[in-house]
Design a protein around this ligand. Sequence first.
Ligand SMILES: Nc1ncnc2c1ncn2[C@@H]1O[C@H](COP(=O)(O)OP(=O)(O)O)[C@@H](O)[C@H]1O
Ligand SMILES: [Mg+2]
Length: 186
Amino acid sequence: MDGSRPGGQGPVGFTVWMTGLPGSGKSTLARLLEARLREAHGRYVEVLDGDEVRRGLSRDLGLSKEHREEHARRVSYVAKVLSRNGVVAVVALISPYRSSRVEAEEMIGPDRFVEVFVSAPLAVCEERDPKGLYAKARRGEITNMTGVQAPYEAPERPDLVVDTTRGTPEQSVDELISGLERLGKL
Ligand SMILES: Nc1ncnc2c1ncn2[C@@H]1O[C@H](COP(=O)(O)OP(=O)(O)O)[C@@H](O)[C@H]1O
Ligand SMILES: [Mg+2]
């Protein structure tokens, strides 16, 4: 499969749903994947990054389980409408609850949904601490931090796993692209 729609209607959209702990590498990989899909594959791409989308779509929501699930549901809806129109929606969202990701897959449609587990141990993520949030959480300045005070339910059967402790971000994106090709998405 080459990702084209039958009848020459252009490429089929899909959603790359990246889940992982804070600091695992979701935003880094989403931006690199976006560039690669545009430049090397000529695809329309929209990155839905958790924090940014929160400002645009979920300003009323906090970090409780209910609010995280509602946030994931809104992101799923946007990913659905984009990906059914030929766009590759790249979602970079902690999405710590398995139930939210199952709901996302159901909403978007299993054939358009690729779950990617961006994997790095908590200790590594905490060491990276790209936004200083783990340090704040350990000092008690923020509560409800995933991995510290709030749970993260790792995927049991993700479509792809990227271990970001092995290799550079560029190498991880190579792996992602190969994985998407293997799955027949590109
Ligand atoms: N292979 C890799 N893939 C992605 N990020 C990596 C990798 N190796 C090291 N990093 C680093 O890990 C950090 C991940 O931060 P970020 O992408 O903001 O995480 P998240 O969006 O998951 O919270 C960045 O500083 C990035 O440079
Ligand atoms: Mg991020």
